[in-house]
Design a protein around this ligand. Structure first.
Ligand SMILES: Nc1ncnc2c1ncn2[C@@H]1O[C@H](COP(=O)(O)OP(=O)(O)OP(=O)(O)O)[C@@H](O)[C@H]1O
Ligand code: SF4
Ligand SMILES: [Mg+2]
Length: 386
């Protein structure tokens, strides 16, 4: 199947070529959508088994592609990592490396029809069942979202509707997931949630509009909405990027406290290594749609192995350390439509070895939890990483 555009120069394509690609894409995406839109899909089709029962989510070689008119963008290309029960997994990486698309794939919220999870498996465990997310029908997904998985976004103003009062917006979510509740019960739960996220004047805020609140308060409301149904997994995509530092610390404290209270797991997406160091148990480092390194937070911070992770650590300012100029990783990320057939980081890497001319490096285990995809470790998996 002529799935992917192999043309070398993707910066310019003719109208004729774009039409051909678009026709080919439609054929592929229509086929996937037809499968997905079938009525009465039997449960056996989307039920699966976890590799390890202690995980809430397992990403197993997940591939999510965007079939655009200029070619196929492999936004997430073979991503594997686990989110253990009750733990926080931090995902870091440069802008555009596929962090959000990874989490949206888990929610089945990737922009369709051009965006599709075409390979691998995302396993999600809840209520004694294990779902293979990419095969799960939309109607079942709607029940999982909010009830079992909830998402907190970067900019709270865009998640709230400016023309409805705060109370109505929280009520609506609680009502949707608990249709048996009476109006009074719903309101009582909303007030309880507002108290839980540290809103002092709950009754007053219940009647306010989003624009009447500060950024930090709006993010608290979003967290209240996200956690209203005690989800098993909270996905927080840059939850504090739009907030100032003191509010950021409060929101992170709040998230941590709530996570322990309802015993859920957090997938925390951020650019900020400081946030990761403070919050995460495990770290996943992504680069150009792939996981280049993963491990416990101690392993990644004390012993970063991949040159990209080392670069990230060096570009972090350290209080008290005088530097002439803050380090920045040279070069830029390859074009997602035309990825090289060697290590994606090679053109920016300052630590190349001879083997780097070969195919994309395999994942190497440095410890049972610490994995890296880099040729520097090809023959020295047992040696200490400098
Ligand atoms: N709707 C879309 N159509 C085509 N390509 C898309 C679409 N959404 C995302 N992409 C591509 O997928 C890649 C990954 O995007 P993603 O939003 O996951 O990055 P990110 O790591 O979350 O970045 P940021 O840190 O800026 O939020 C990018 O190259 C982007 O161009
Ligand atoms: S495989 Fe080679 S080019 Fe790629 S990150 Fe490792 S050392 Fe650098
Ligand atoms: Mg993002």
């Amino acid at each position: 199947m002529g799935l992917f555009n192999k043309k070398k120069n993707v910066n310019y394509i003719s109208g004729k070529e774009a039409r051909r690609i678009s026709k080919e894409n439609r054929k592929i995406t229509n086929e996937i959508e037809k499968q997905r839109k079938r009525k009465h899909i039997p449960e056996e089709e989307y039920m699966t088994k976890m590799r390890d029962e202690n995980n809430v989510v397992e990403f197993d070689n997940v591939q999510t592609y965007f079939f655009t008119d200029v070619g196929t963008a492999k936004a997430v290309d073979g991503v594997s990592f686990d989110v253990p029960k009750g733990k926080t997994v931090g995902i870091v990486g440069e802008s555009g490396c596929g962090k959000s698309v990874t989490s949206l794939s888990l929610m089945q919220l990737v922009q369709r029809p051009q965006g599709q999870t075409v390979g691998g498996e995302i396993r999600f465990q809840a209520d004694g069942k294990c779902y293979s997310i990419a095969k799960t029908p939309t109607s079942v997904m709607q029940k999982l979202r909010g009830n079992q998985i909830s998402m907190i976004f970067q900019e709270p103003m865009t998640s709230l509707n400016p023309v409805f009062r705060i109370g109505d917006q929280v009520d609506e979510v609680i009502k949707l997931h608990n249709p048996q509740m009476t109006k009074e019960q719903v309101k009582a739960r909303t007030i309880e949630m507002l108290q839980l996220v540290g809103i002092a004047n709950c009754e007053g805020v219940y009647r306010m509009y989003p624009h009447e609140l500060s950024g930090g308060m709006r993010q608290r409301i979003c967290i209240a909405i996200g956690l209203a149904c005690d989800p098993k997994l909270i996905i927080a995509d840059e939850p504090t990027t739009a907030l100032d530092v003191t509010i950021q610390a409060q929101i992170l404290d709040l998230l941590r406290g709530l996570k322990d209270r309802i015993n859920s797991s957090i997938m925390l997406i951020t650019h900020d290594l400081g946030v990761i160091a403070e919050m995460a148990d495990y770290v996943v480092v992504m680069y150009a749609g792939r996981v280049v390194e993963k491990g416990t937070v101690q392993e990644i911070f004390k012993n970063p192995a991949h040159p990209y992770t080392i670069g990230l650590m060096n570009s972090k300012p350290v209080v008290g350390k005088e530097v002439e100029r803050l380090y920045s990783i040279p070069g830029k990320v390859p074009n997602p439509i035309n990825m090289p057939n060697y290590c994606y980081f090679k053109d920016r890497c300052e630590m190349c070895v001879k083997a780097c001319d070969g195919a994309y490096p395999e994942e190497i285990s440095l410890s049972p939890t610490h994995k890296v995809s880099c040729y520097r470790f090809a023959d020295q998996t047992k040696k200490e990483v400098k």
